[in-house]
Design a binder for this molecule. Sequence first.
Ligand SMILES: [Zn+2]
Length: 567
Amino acid sequence: MLASQLYAPTLRETPAEAEIVSHQLMLRAGFIRKAAGGVYTYLPLAWRVLRKIEAIVREEMNAKGGQELAMPIIQPAEMWKDTGRWDVYGDEMFRLKDRHNRDFCLGPTHEEMITTTVKSDVRSYRQLPLLLYQIQNKYRDEIRPRFGLMRGREFIMKDLYSFDRDEQGLNESYNKMYDAYSRIFTRCGLNFRPVEADPGAIGGSGTHEFMVVADSGEAAIVYCPKCDYAANVEKAELHPITPANETALPLEEKATPGTKTIEALTAFLAVAPDKTIKTLAYTTEKGSFLALVRGDHEVNEIKLQNLMKCLTLEMADEAAVAKMTGCTPGFIGPVGLKGVTIIADATVMNLFNAVCGANKPDYHYIQVNPGRDFVPTQTADIRMIQENDPCPRCSYPVKQARGIEVGQVFKLFTKYSEPLKATYLDVNGKEQLMVMGCYGIGVSRTMAAAIEQHHDANGIIWPAALAPFQTVIVPINTKDEAQTNLAKTIYKQLNDAGYESVLDDRDERPGVKFKDADLIGYPLKITLGPKAVNENLIEVKVRRSGEVFYFTLENYLQEVQALLNTL
Ligand SMILES: [Zn+2]
């Protein structure tokens, strides 16, 4: 491709609307243009990258026995009503009506569609297992689309669905996909971690998210530097902390004027936060309750919501707090309450002589001993893991990092086959539900994540496997015939040898070309000046490391290949 003909309109300024690096760089380097909030045109450079990611995904899916198909983006409402998700999806679903006033949606995902398709054709256990996938646009009307391709309303996904005879088959399919995903993100040149995740509304046990490690990531993850444990913080399970034994002292009420926060309270009483009990009031569609965690811990609302099996979970308003405790927030606690649901974190129950609110403005109890002074309705793991908490597997202090979720593997079991009646006849002729899994990769998001992980102040640094072109050839002086002829020779040789190259034939100063080359992020830049013409030395610069090599015209092709293999 000649740079003079390449449609890659670069911008000098960073567009103000772009908050994160991948969004900024994709706009500046001429990869994408915005059509509407969260909806983008992929320009040729982006499309090339996306096609490369897709090709890697396709190869790995096919290698595991996946079969590609294509389902419609427009989906009839009926199958969504059968699973109850027509209502659950709410405003996030793009809905439309046809001329006969029938309801449709733009597919946010395809479990309903694939299950409906498979159930009408698959009758016998002999036809299972099936691994079916597609790569296509998905639609979710995000309340606040932002971060460019990271959280779009139209995005490209690979979604595979597995249909098995039983749970053992599902486990095999799941392991195949887990393995394929590890290979895909390795081949994409990404630093990633598979982490245990929360199964959320779908339920069931097995799910892993594949996280690209990046500071800008929306998800907080923890990992153990010693064993291979890694989890989303929302999911990370915790064993209760056991403090040193103490003699339980008698409960005492103490005036603590104006100490509405844990910081104010611990400063006033000169106690450590880990000797206090934080009481939080929540309201759900089933009623209100109190949750207790240690003062230095945070409630994990996902765990709490799973425990309470509620659809909504919000902080209780003052009226609800007053109804439960007879007090205003800031001084509430579990001691002496009747008929109030209290959920205590397991670590709270191990405390000795702790401090908690006395349900009386400006008063706290000290020397509170859980179990003696109050008995919770239920004790459970409801707190958020923190850096240096003991690893749930090996007790070594965990570390925290941020990640971008680029893929998820999920055991669905019979969540969809049951309401949609997807059954088959087993070996004994008995009707059984198909056991399903679903496995997604955000293709457009993977492109954005790659940039978040691989960039510097000058632009994108593509891993060679994803780069839109692997090399750019820059003749220093386009008026110098010897230089341009050499550039054309090298351009032809590289393309003939299968390396995708751009020849920057534009009538621009070298500085402009170098800047654009860095911004777009070609892994290798081949510069041709007098040294190349007179001394037969071709300059090859590595975008990632900044290293410069000189090769002769006779051997540069092998050297370029060797370099690309390392990038
Ligand atoms: Zn560990």
